[in-house]
Design a protein around this ligand. Structure first.
Ligand SMILES: Cc1ncc(C[n+]2csc(CCOP(=O)(O)OP(=O)(O)O)c2C)c(N)n1
Ligand SMILES: [Mg+2]
Length: 397
């Protein structure tokens, strides 16, 4: 039986400190709020921690490479995740294989950890596929498709989590799904990622209502990177975002999103509670988008340089490196990791540049499950159009 979660009491004059284990330089210095989650860290061995560091350095090298590729005209668009690797690695590593993960569009590190592969992520931004990867393929780690329609993934996730409840009920011999019932043990959970700006979407709020009503085994993760393109989070919410979830009747915690240990500990606890009949939870990860919103954006138009510099001092990779050094991991490991990641990113670049182009006809596949007359009409039109080149000048090359 799961103990009812009691949110930390607000301190005099404000909110509790965000959950944090590492100080800005990476020294182990837990906040008072971290204590309740500290035992979760027992699950992470030193080998695991080294792997998390590799995940972060690798993803950043790939991310930087993709920004360059977009500038060279090789990707249509790129969405950088630089600065947000800390919460992504902790949360990705907190999930179990049977859990399902619904991303927005900036969760490259989570895609990497779940097995989707960074090449698949880049292929989508090269315009080679509608979705990017086959979600039903077990190799893709139950990592669902990137969703650029803000908040839509919260509905997909809550719908999926409802099915997890229904499956568990079926196994117990019942087929009735009722709002207002206590949470039940499902054995698997759903985690959904979205941004601070997306908390303003109706979809995201409706999802919280359904999750709370049906007690879905779900963890909502808001990466509060402080900006929704050019709109600061302070314009979207007059309260810290984690407090909104409390109003929906959900356990909710604010964490230091540049601290992988905080993300892992709280993520692991909330996911386990979700799987074992504790109902949904909400994590607000305080982080910062170091780069542009996308390669189509110029953040110098709306951000103060001082703000960026302050957050650069809390870079999750440098910070985690400080922690690993305090555990006795030496220079050779960091040097080796950086060299390896640079080489991997180069290999990925070469692979991206030689990815096969899909048949134009494939754009009509999967639009509807059944054949559709409008789609057929357009498919035929395209075929006629393409063949018209062959008849006139022998090809368009
Ligand atoms: C429904 C919808 N409205 C508007 C947009 C345009 N748009 C794309 S990203 C974005 C900002 C999202 O900010 P946030 O949720 O904080 O996520 P972040 O990009 O910072 O990770 C907006 C307004 C969209 N993609 N979908
Ligand atoms: Mg944001």
């Amino acid at each position: 039986m799961i103990e009812q979660f009691t949110p930390p009491a607000p301190q005099a004059g404000g909110d509790p400190e965000p959950v944090r284990f590492l100080d800005d330089a990476g020294a182990y210095d837990p906040s008072a709020t971290a204590e309740a989650f500290a035992d979760e860290l027992d699950a992470a061995t030193h080998d695991d921690l080294r792997q998390w560091y590799r995940d972060m350095v690798m993803t950043r090298a790939f991310d930087t490479e993709c920004t360059h590729l977009q500038r060279q005209g090789q990707l249509a668009l790129w969405v950088p995740s630089v600065g947000q690797e800390g919460c992504q690695v902790g949360l990705a590593r907190a999930a179990e294989p049977q859990d399902h993960i619904f991303p927005a569009y900036r969760e490259h590190l989570v895609a990497h950890v779940r097995g989707v592969g960074l090449l698949n992520v880049a292929a989508q931004f090269r315009g080679l596929s509608h979705g990017g990867w086959d979600v039903t393929d077990p190799a893709n780690g139950n990592f669902h498709l990137y969703t650029l329609v803000l908040g839509a993934q919260t509905q997909h996730a809550t719908g999926y989590a409802l099915s997890q409840v229904l499956d568990a009920k079926r196994r117990a011999g019942s087929t009735v799904l009722d709002a207002g019932e206590p949470a039940i043990e499902t054995g698997d959970a759903t985690m959904v990622f979205y941004g601070d700006g997306t908390t303003s979407q109706g979809d995201a709020n409706e999802s919280l209502i359904f999750a709370a009503s049906y007690q879905t085994p779900e963890v909502f993760v808001v990466q509060n990177n402080h900006w929704a393109i050019s709109v600061p989070v302070t314009r979207q919410s007059r309260t810290p975002l984690y407090r909104r979830a409390l109003g929906f009747g959900m356990r909710s915690v604010q964490i230091d999103g540049n601290d992988p240990l905080a993300a892992f500990a709280v993520g692991r606890r909330f996911l386990r509670e979700a799987r074992t009949g504790g109902g949904p939870g909400y994590i607000e990860a305080l982080t910062y988008r170091i780069g542009a919103h996308t390669t189509s954006d110029d953040p110098t138009r709306y951000r103060e340089p001082g703000e960026l510099e302050a957050w650069q001092l809390r870079d999750p990779i440098a910070r985690f490196e400080g922690y690993l050094r305090s555990l006795g991991i030496d220079d050779a490991f960091f040097e080796e990791t950086r060299t390896w990641a640079t080489a991997e990113a180069r290999t990925l670049r070469d692979q991206i540049l030689t990815l096969p182009e899909p048949e134009a006809d494939s754009m009509f596949a999967h639009v509807y499950t059944e054949p559709h007359p409008r789609v057929e009409e357009q498919r035929e039109w395209l075929a006629r159009y393409e063949s018209s080149f062959a008849e006139t000048d022998g090809g368009r090359a």
